[in-house]
Design a binder for this molecule. Structure first.
Ligand SMILES: [Zn+2]
Length: 239
């Protein structure tokens, strides 16, 4: 994709100067505005679009942008506000924010503390989400290997490498060489559902497909695997 990006533009929204990025994309037919996950405004337009046309469009859409950005901030705040519920291996933890400390995350009973956060001025991405994700990842890296080894032994199969990953779309995978990838987000599920995913991937050591024989083998280990699959499908993202 041919791309030329301009970063130094801004627009006044709600009385505040807000930066935006313009990407000139070859073969693009029309202009569009995107607000990214991080609340950045991006304009994508055909190569050679005059800047005044971009400015005019943004000025026309100021109200829409204002509403969109505010909504985004509100949603994020809600997800990470003091007292928010965080699922963790079948437990329901409560998010606690503290202005003191060194920016660490620690569990105390069923409270999950994120420190060095000013609850009135939260940049959710930097201050809460990132340390929280690191915490979940660390616990996934500690939890998955022993469970996987446990199931491998019971099932009489081997695996090569286990990688715990940060993925948006997949819970796990198993390559023909026996390398298993697991998503740390599985820690949002219950231990039973995690076990189902581990057994699923290990079963691929015998069946590299989803044939009836594959599901039969899964069922012999996890009789209620169908329910686990449904739970996994309905597992919402807490943030
Ligand atoms: Zn599979």
């Amino acid at each position: 994709m041919d791309l030329k990006v301009t970063n130094n533009r801004h627009i006044i929204i709600g009385g505040e100067a807000k930066k935006f990025q313009v990407a000139f994309v070859k073969n693009r037919k029309r202009i569009s505005i995107v607000v990214t996950d991080r609340g950045e405004i991006q304009v994508r337009c055909p190569l050679g679009t005059p800047m005044r046309q971009v400015d005019a469009l943004l000025t026309r859409e100021t109200d829409w942008l204002d509403g969109h950005l505010n909504q985004r901030i509100k949603n994020k705040r809600l997800a990470f506000q003091e007292g928010a519920a965080l699922p963790f291996l079948g437990d329901c933890l409560t998010l606690r924010l503290a202005p003191w400390g060194k920016g660490s995350v620690f569990r105390c009973g069923d409270d999950l503390w994120v420190t060095r956060v000013d609850p009135d001025d939260v940049d959710t991405n930097l201050d809460i989400r990132r340390p929280l994700e690191r915490w979940y990842l660390r616990h996934a890296q500690a939890y998955f290997p022993s469970r996987l080894t446990f199931w491998a032994r019971i099932m009489g199969v081997s695996f090569n490498n286990l990688n715990v990953r940060n993925q948006r779309t997949r819970w796990g995978s198993c390559s023909s060489r026996g390398n298993i990838n697991l998503n740390w987000r599985l820690m949002w599920a219950t231990p039973r559902v995690v076990d189902y995913v581990l057994v699923h991937e290990l079963t691929h050591r015998r069946h590299m497909n989803h044939s009836p024989a594959f599901w039969q083998a899964v069922q012999s280990m996890i009789p209620d695997y169908q329910e686990c699959r449904n739970l996994l499908k309905s597992l919402g993202s807490p943030w």
